[in-house]
Design a protein around this ligand. Structure first.
Ligand code: MN
Ligand code: MN
Length: 467
């Protein structure tokens, strides 16, 4: 009798209780080999794409290699056609028109801007034998993390002759790097007593550029020497800084992390670790029924506003082109479409376990994270995906063998965050958040697990094929 009851309980357990899948078991040796190969491609991308402009450029290169052609606004597109649209070099749309283009678009929307340190419009100054750049940080950075590490400068300068010159210094082996100084512990009594938020101030993030004078250069001879170097290299003057976008990022390359190489450390996983799978899943999906589209958006880290952010009308204009070509209204096309808002989530970190709620956190090596809602303090600011949409995506994943997990960003009232989901959902497109769990998010060097990256790619593939 007791034996009987025990086996019945086992049966119930099997049938009713959720069991977390084992991603390593699921992938097996063959899957893990593919995962490593995929990760290597991603590491090349992330090293080449430290700014939104560089990510867009790399994305276009990959798309062109696969036969995608440039779409011009207002032009018709044909079923089976493969296109990309480059919005000012900062936002990218890559799409394959479906065989039934009137049946909607499957959109995978990620962002390719990351937290960083931007130069102020008049950045260059000299103080006490040093030349520095003044900066204004971009996005949510913990300022103390950006001191005492090697930094690179990336960006563009628009010259008076109308030419745009590209600047990249600090990435090649032979390049110099840049630096933000911190205080020695011996003299940091007052600084150490301040909170982490105030230990390093925004106005304290000054980039050290050099210390060598221009001979007979007068009062500001170190500054003059820097200007002379910049003029020789880029043809720019001090006035041209006002017409530039120059940004400071960590001069660090993506590396395998851990004895078992299971993690990738890199700058800017948020959100290029979702952008790369979203793009490659479109490139690798042949003959979709519905139109499939990957989006590289800009400005997510500062609110998705502006001409290259997800709120830009360019998105609506492209949908209009797709609708006209499919013989339906954009209103109808949007209503039939779905969006996977592809962004990272916080991976549970046992070193800071107190801010997470274990049962509802995403874990590294737990697979792609499906995030029903984001927001903070009572889900404020979240588009909150419907049960039906989450159900539909979950069924696609389960059928395709995609290992997935749910994830909420930390404990209730601990903080929160948002993504591009709301801006797309506002357009009457059913949207759910999905992406890779990240450790040390927004730090100069973030961590992700390779299996989660690969599973996110498989997730986009599955939805593109099935959706
Ligand atoms: Mn993000
Ligand atoms: Mn972010």
């Amino acid at each position: 009798m007791a034996e009987n009851e025990k086996s019945k309980a086992e049966e119930l357990k099997e049938k009713l209780v959720y069991k977390k899948p084992d991603i390593f078991e699921k992938l097996g040796a063959e899957g893990m080999a593919k995962c490593s190969e995929y990760a290597a491609g991603y590491m090349k991308f992330i090293d080449a794409a430290k700014t939104e402009r560089e990510a867009v450029k790399y994305g276009i290169m990959l798309a062109k290699e696969r036969g995608f052609v440039e779409h011009k606004l207002g032009e018709k597109v044909a079923p089976g056609g493969k296109y990309y649209y480059n919005n000012r070099g900062k936002q990218l749309f890559v799409f394959t028109v479906g065989s039934e283009p009137e049946s909607g678009i499957i959109i995978s929307a990620a962002h390719v801007d990351s937290p960083r340190i931007d130069l102020k419009p008049m950045p260059l100054y000299e103080d006490s034998g040093f030349a520095f750049f003044k900066t204004h940080y971009y996005g949510g950075v913990k300022k103390y993390q950006w001191t005492a590490i090697p930094l690179a400068i990336h960006g563009v300068v628009s010259l008076p002759n109308g030419e745009t010159v590209e600047v990249t210094v600090g990435e090649d082996e032979g390049d110099p790097v840049f630096y933000i100084t911190d205080l020695l512990p011996h003299l940091a009594k007052d600084q150490m007593a301040r909170s982490l938020a105030d230990g390093i101030t925004g106005e304290g993030l000054n980039i050290l550029l050099g210390s060598q004078p221009c001979p007979n250069g007068g009062d500001e001879k170190i500054k003059l020497n820097i200007l002379s170097i910049l003029h020789e290299k880029y043809g720019m003057t001090e006035a041209d800084f006002r017409c530039a976008e120059l940004t400071v990022v960590p001069a660090l390359k993506a590396r395998d992390v851990g004895f078992d190489r299971s993690f990738i450390g890199a700058y800017g996983h948020d959100d290029r670790v979702c952008a790369y799978p979203a793009l490659t899943a479109v490139l690798d999906t042949e003959s979709p029924r519905r139109t499939i589209m990957a989006v590289f958006a800009d400005k997510e880290e500062i609110g998705s506003v502006g001409v290259s952010g997800m709120e830009s009308m360019i998105f609506d204009d492209l949908i209009e082109d797709l609708a006209v070509s499919a013989g339906v209204t954009s209103r109808e096309l949007r209503a039939e479409s779905i969006c996977l808002s592809a962004d990272v989530n916080a991976a549970f970190d046992p070193n800071y376990g107190e801010v997470y709620e274990r049962r509802n956190s995403a874990f590294a090596n737990g697979g792609v994270v499906l995030t029903k809602y984001t927001g903070s303090r009572g889900k404020s600011g979240s588009s909150d995906a419907s049960a039906e949409l989450v159900g539909k995506i979950a069924r696609i994943f389960d059928k395709a063998g995609v290992v997935w997990q749910i994830g909420e960003l930390g404990k209730v009232d601990q903080g929160g965050g948002g993504t591009v989901a709301g801006y797309i959902a506002n357009r009457n497109i059913e949207t759910v958040d999905l992406g890779v769990p990240v450790l040390s998010m927004h730090a100069p060097y973030e961590l992700i697990a390779k299996t989660d990256l690969y599973m996110t790619y498989l997730a986009f593939r599955a939805v593109n094929a099935e959706g």
